[in-house]
Design a protein around this ligand. Structure first.
Ligand code: AMP
Length: 302
């Protein structure tokens, strides 16, 4: 359904653009009372096909779709790319409207973090490794993510919320938070959308110069090699194959590791359960992440 066609607040895109959480609550009161299902897709904007796949899935499965558009300062470290993070609200609104979004919630920072804000939501353990290693983005990054997503869950009270497998550790943290804190929302994690050469779509790909953009495709090639070699031989051989691909392209990964996809604990061999192989690397000005979920062959057939 399209809640906004009768009175879109953003005429060009046909979406209802809201900046205040009370307006968002008010806009959702009637559909909720009527029994319509509500889908939420949190984003930081600068939309690409990865975001659009989540929005289209939400639009096909839910009666009302809310997209949040908020570059969340709490998930950036001092000195990271908060200021230069790419933004284009007009384009995002147009794309969101085409993808079937009804409401875009794009609050200013003070609406999310008013003066005196002091409460955080932290998922322990699984957020302290990989990107959450204190020498990398640190657990504070995920604390910023889970805090803002908890606030969105409270305000929107969605039936379903959609996230991308591209950010596998983030998705695992959100799943765990929803379970531990009894949020009555179904967390759906959808596959990574890629460019033709395999590069995982990301707003941060905009930082890549042409030569770096071509080199960046090695991350997905390395992960494909890891999957193939793991299934043919062993996980250790798979990680070696990936490392060789990266080396050949002159890329030293920040990490390349095999982990349990839910707990994020290290995994040494394929053991009848899916294994997440995750990689992070700096390519030019962009810090890129990607991953593959390796399922044992007999599970793939199902
Ligand atoms: P972001 O705007 O980067 O915070 O991403 C918003 C949502 O889109 C998150 O759930 C991401 O995991 C998801 N996402 C980002 N890139 C992709 C991609 N290439 N494929 C699928 N989902 C993605």
């Amino acid at each position: 359904m399209n809640l906004s066609t009768t009175n879109p607040s953003h005429a060009k895109s046909g979406v209802n653009l809201l900046r205040a959480k009370q307006d968002l609550r008010d806009a959702l009161a009637w559909p909720r009372r009527t029994g319509y299902s509500i889908g939420l897709v949190p984003t930081m904007g600068y939309l690409h096909e990865g975001h659009l796949s989540l929005l289209r899935a939400a639009a096909s499965r839910c009666d009302v779709v809310v997209m949040s558009l908020f570059v969340n300062p709490a998930q950036f470290r001092p000195g990271e790319d908060l200021e230069r993070y790419p933004r284009d609200e007009e384009r995002d609104l147009a794309l969101a409207g085409e993808a079937g979004v009804d409401i875009v919630y794009a609050p200013p920072v003070e609406e999310v973090y008013p003066q005196g804000f002091a409460t955080h939501v932290e998922v322990e353990g699984l957020t302290e490794v990989l990107c959450g290693d204190p020498d990398r983005r640190g657990p504070e990054h995920f604390r910023g993510v889970t805090t803002v997503v908890a606030k969105l869950f409270n305000t929107v009270q969605p039936d379903v919320a959609y996230f991308g497998q591209k950010d596998a550790q983030q998705a695992a943290a959100i799943r765990r938070m929803a379970r531990d804190l009894d949020f009555s929302v179904k967390v759906e994690v959808l596959p990574t959308v890629r460019e033709d050469d395999g590069l995982a779509m990301s707003s941060r790909n905009a930082y890549l110069m042409a030569e770096e953009r071509d080199r960046a495709a090695v991350l997905s090639r390395a992960l494909r090699a890891a999957e193939q070699t793991t299934l043919d031989d062993s996980l250790a051989a798979g990680l070696d194959a990936a490392r060789r691909e990266l080396e050949a392209a002159g890329i030293e990964p920040e990490y390349l590791e095999a982990r349990d996809p839910e707990e994020m604990t290290p995994v040494a061999e394929l053991n009848g359960r899916p294994v997440l192989v995750a990689v992070a690397a700096q390519v030019g000005a962009a810090r890129l992440i990607d991953n593959v979920l390796i399922r044992p062959r007999d599970q793939k057939l199902r």
